[in-house]
Design a protein around this ligand. Structure first.
Ligand code: AMP
Length: 185
């Protein structure tokens, strides 16, 4: 199965990603985690991403699209994957479809964790990551609304969007996601 998970900062994507990947036995690719690690070890990708990540801005589409192309060529992902934090723009969503099409595959579902902005803010501030300070979080929430909402429309239009309330305990969210995945085959 090939899945993407969408939601604002603090929507619970990380937790649901872990639960789903272990339940479905598929690798998860979390672009935010990968970028933070790349920045910490100052790889080429890290150096390209750092000025954006530290301000809460989106890394350039070209950088991300090329990264995902290389990542999805590795042998651990031939049987499926879950992308967490990707796509973040409609352009990335389109390019992802072109890419999987080239590989003779498709994205099965986009799972959207729907959480009110106030909850996104308070959850993010409860973490202690460098990019979780109030102004940066607000920037990330604004960007999420501006840039990611068109992605929801993109998947909705293709009848691939599963919306789940992210404002409930993690295990209930997980159960609801599984129920929707099963119901939709
Ligand atoms: P996350 O942990 O998913 O919230 O991502 C942390 C930061 O990494 C974001 O604020 C962006 O700066 C960057 N980032 C992660 N994924 C992407 C992406 N698909 N496109 C652009 N920037 C990204």
């Amino acid at each position: 199965m090939r899945l993407v998970i969408l939601g604002g900062p603090g929507a619970g994507k990380g937790t649901q990603t872990e639960l789903l990947c272990s339940y479905l036995s598929i690798p998860c690719i979390s672009t935010g985690d990968i970028l933070r690690e790349a920045i910490a070890s100052q790889t080429n990708l890290g150096r390209l991403a750092e000025p954006y990540v530290e301000k809460g801005d989106l890394v350039r589409d070209e950088t991300m699209i090329e990264f995902i192309r290389q990542r999805l060529l590795l042998p651990d992902v031939t049987k499926g994957w879950l992308l967490d934090g990707y796509p973040r723009t409609a352009f990335q969503a389109e390019e992802l479809d072109f890419l999987v099409d080239e590989f003779g595959q498709k994205v099965d579902w986009a799972i959207y964790l729907n959480v009110p902005d106030a909850v996104l803010m308070s959850r993010s501030l409860g973490r202690s990551r460098a990019d979780d300070q109030p102004q940066i979080v607000q920037r990330r929430i604004d960007l999420f609304r501006d840039r990611t909402i068109p992605i929801l429309e993109y998947y909705e239009h293709r009848q691939k969007l599963l919306t789940v309330s992210g404002n409930q305990p993690p295990d209930q969210i997980h159960q609801e996601i599984l129920k929707k995945l099963m119901a939709n085959g």
